[in-house]
Design a protein around this ligand. Structure first.
Ligand SMILES: *Cc1c(COP(=O)(O)O)cnc(C)c1O
Length: 469
């Protein structure tokens, strides 16, 4: 039984949550000093539940507002009610994904979702596991590839093995490089293949890089294409890359952390054409599928590799049901205890169904197109890269700002937008050009929000211009 004062706290908090969610204004970041003077962060003395409630409110007040349509800063934005109730249910039931008996419903839901996502990729008997994010998914893919190519490394390590090489594009996510370190491959053995003007990996350059690596006596084993690059939203040419992987018998991974969601859309899934020829795919639904962090699947054409690479001694205390038909998903995971990440996605997908979920993705594309046209129409904005997906990269250069100043000026406008609580938009660099990276990932976004954003960009730019130089 819940003590009465705890029940009251839960009720109070519920109405505070609703109030918070109804307020969709961006709030400028608080400085460290402001936070330290407003919130007693120290641990030591006890507090009563009223003080806990106050801390709860203060946390909300001082946190970055990601549920606002004017939050364009990351590859996620907005709030999902079905996602939230999934998270709530995960926490109050506090099941753990290692064994069927510890998470019976969630285990079956996870298998259902993995099957669904595998079939969208085009794998006939695919499967996989949920992991805490795209970086972890890429790590697991690289580990699976290493295990496939060099199964003895599992027991004897990489000692005495020739350098093993990994091929990614120059625009790939940094988690690839980190994975090479974590797996003992070494960051020097990550070979970054050139991209074309639009940001796509050049297949011929990949072929040559593999040849060179073979000539040097290395062991190429893993190629990763990106479906939806982090900065430009570019899709690598999957079919050509698949052919090269076949030619050299290499593991073919697709990092679709950002772009995988196009598979829901009838209109846009062609961007992933050929993805069924891959061996593995990372797919984050906490990005364009609007789920709360984290909700990532790593999918394998042949999921049996997962049990093989996780097959170590000492698990008898946990996995008792050797002959049971019901799956213990812990045997396929790098984790032991594992939170239930699938409920949020399951509720959301149940709610929308395939068709409506696909239309949400189409809507994000429409918003990106609308924003792209706004950039093209504007006299002071210049696109830095073609728009393939939901990333719109542009510079802010009104009359009076020359080419050497435009990067700094773009960042200055970005900071001003945030300071004035107009919008939060990130910036990045493409071929030495600093630009705004606008991302349309919020399902509540409409053209009025985008009009407002561009009007704010122009007015902040004009204001800054008067005392610039
Ligand atoms: C976001 C992203 C990742 C990392 O995903 P996390 O869930 O943040 O770890 C990996 N690859 C690409 C292409 C991404 O955009």
């Amino acid at each position: 039984m819940l003590p009465k004062n705890q029940e009251k706290l839960l009720n109070d908090i519920h109405s505070r949550v609703i109030e918070y969610l109804n307020d969709i204004n961006i709030k400028p970041n608080k400085t460290e000093k402001e936070i330290r003077s407003n919130i007693d962060l120290s641990i030591g003395t006890s507090s009563d539940l009223n003080q806990i409630k106050t801390l709860f409110d203060k946390y909300l007040e001082h946190s970055t507002k990601t549920n606002s349509p004017q939050f364009y800063n990351q590859l996620f934005s907005g709030f999902s009610t079905t996602g939230y109730i999934g998270e709530l249910l995960s926490t109050i039931t506090n099941n753990s994904m290692y064994t069927y008996e510890m998470s019976p419903v969630a285990t079956l839901i996870e298998v259902e979702l993995l099957n669904k996502m595998s079939s969208l990729i085009g794998y006939k008997n695919g499967g996989g596991t949920f992991v805490p994010g795209g970086s972890n998914g890429n790590f697991l893919a690289m580990l699976a590839a290493r295990h496939y190519r060099m199964p003895t490394v599992m027991n004897s390590g990489l000692f005495g093995v020739s350098p093993m090489t990994v091929f990614v594009s120059r625009d790939c996510h940094y988690s690839m490089t980190k994975s090479a370190n974590q797996l003992g491959i070494g960051t020097d053995n990550i070979i970054k293949v050139d991209v074309d003007k639009g940001g796509k990996m050049i297949p011929d350059a990949l072929d040559q890089a593999i040849q060179l690596s073979l000539n040097l006596g290395s062991i190429p084993f893993f190629v990763a294409a990106t479906a939806g690059t982090t900065v430009r939203g570019c899709f690598d040419p999957t079919q050509e890359i698949a052919q090269i992987c076949k030619k050299y018998n290499l593991w073919f991974h697709i990092d679709a952390s950002w772009g995988g969601s196009v598979l829901l859309s009838k209109k846009h899934k062609h961007l992933m054409n050929g993805c069924d020829q891959s061996d593995s795919v990372t797919w984050c639904t906490h990005k364009a599928m609007a789920q709360p962090l984290m909700c990532t699947a790593i999918l394998f054409k042949d999921p049996s590799i997962l049990e093989s690479l996780n097959d170590v001694a000492g698990t008898e205390y946990l996995f008792h049901n050797k002959d049971s038909k019901e799956p213990d998903l812990g045997k396929q995971s790098l984790q032991c205890g594992r939170r239930v990440d699938v409920l949020k996605l399951w509720f959301t997908w149940k709610y929308y169904g395939d068709s409506e979920y696909g239309k949400k993705i189409d809507h994000l594309f429409n918003m990106a197109k609308y924003a792209e046209l706004a950039v093209i129409k504007s006299k002071m904005l210049n696109l830095v890269s073609d728009v393939n997906y939901l990333n719109i990269c542009f510079q802010i250069q009104p009359d009076g700002i020359n080419t050497s100043q435009v990067g700094h000026f773009t960042i200055a406008v970005r900071n001003e937008l945030f300071k004035n609580a107009d919008a939060m938009v990130n910036y990045a660099e493409i071929d030495g050009k600093t630009c705004m990276r606008l991302v349309t990932a919020n399902y509540d976004l409409n053209t009025k929000h985008i009009d407002q954003l561009f009007s704010d960009i122009e007015s902040n730019a004009n204001k800054l211009l008067t005392n610039y130089n």
